[in-house]
Design a binder for this molecule. Structure first.
Ligand code: SIN
Length: 269
């Protein structure tokens, strides 16, 4: 292992800062190092990088297959790279609810890379939470009940629709296990999210709501999370199978612009 690479873990449950790697110029040793660190820490943060759409896409392709983001048009010439932008006059922020990405697809994204281009003077942090830890915090009785359940995930669920008017799609749903086994670490984790999960399969929304709401509250508990403060040139790379994220909307009147690439994932099992 290259001793120039450093990992520093700022919060207990999730996230690691990686230094000593120039993301414009990574070799196979660095790729292996990042893959291993991602499995362990679930989200990785890098500072002072100099990326554009082409180099971000090239970087992402070292870790998987970049895919376009549903409902969001990619950049010209780079359909897999989307701008996540909130202008000074905007009031909503993209994905401003706790979520894992694209759970309404049969094969939701495996991960995503998000790069800071224009960052507000203050605010605009992103929170990440560890879904292994959330699952582990539940009683064995609840774990076993949830382990036998499937849930419906809907692209047009009210909670996510409220964060992006006009850019969701009716009728795009996927049924996934509520407890998923991570394909790399083989650990169980909770796989429902407030943005997309509407009910347990075989139950109505009102029957499902008490338990789903209990779980959504649990997911928001700060003990499972870390908070990343962006700077221009920062990059976050998260394992979308094992975490959820929540971008804060606390910088009204300022511009925040990010570039984002999603990586193709597999069918949750
Ligand atoms: C998202 O991908 O949900 C947005 C994350 C962010 O803007 O921090």
């Amino acid at each position: 292992m290259n001793s120039d690479y450093q990992i520093d873990q700022p919060a207990g449950p999730i996230g690691a800062n990686i230094s000593g790697i120039d993301l414009n110029n990574i070799n196979s040793t660095a790729v292996d190092f990042i893959r291993k660190a991602l499995s362990e820490h679930v989200v990785l943060f890098f500072r002072d990088q100099a990326l554009d759409a082409a180099s971000l896409l090239e970087l992402a392709s070292k870790f998987g297959s970049p895919v376009p983001y549903p409902f969001v048009k990619g950049l010209s010439g780079f359909p897999e790279v989307v701008e996540v932008i909130k202008r000074p006059e905007d009031t909503l922020n993209f994905g401003g609810v706790w979520h894992s990405d694209t759970a309404y697809l049969e094969t939701p994204a495996m991960g995503a890379l998000l790069y800071g281009v224009d960052i507000p003077k203050r605010g605009g942090d992103t929170l990440f939470t560890n879904m292994y830890n959330v699952f582990d915090s539940l009683s064995t009785g609840m774990q076993s009940f949830l382990g036998s359940q499937m849930a419906i995930n809907d692209a047009d669920n009210e909670a996510i629709r409220a964060t992006r008017p006009g850019s969701t799609k009716k009728g795009l749903l996927a049924t996934h296990p509520v407890v998923r086994t991570h394909p790399v670490t083989k650990r169980p984790l909770l796989y429902i999210n407030k943005a997309h999960t509407t009910r347990f399969a075989g139950m109505s929304e009102s029957e499902s709501a008490p338990i789903l709401n209990f779980l959504f509250e649990r997911i928001m508990q700060p003990e499972f999370s870390c908070r990343f403060q962006w700077q221009r040139g920062s990059l976050a790379f998260w394992d979308n199978r094992a975490c959820q994220h929540y971008p804060l909307n606390d910088y009204q009147g300022e511009l925040r612009k990010m570039l984002r690439v999603s990586l193709a994932g597999d069918k949750p099992r």
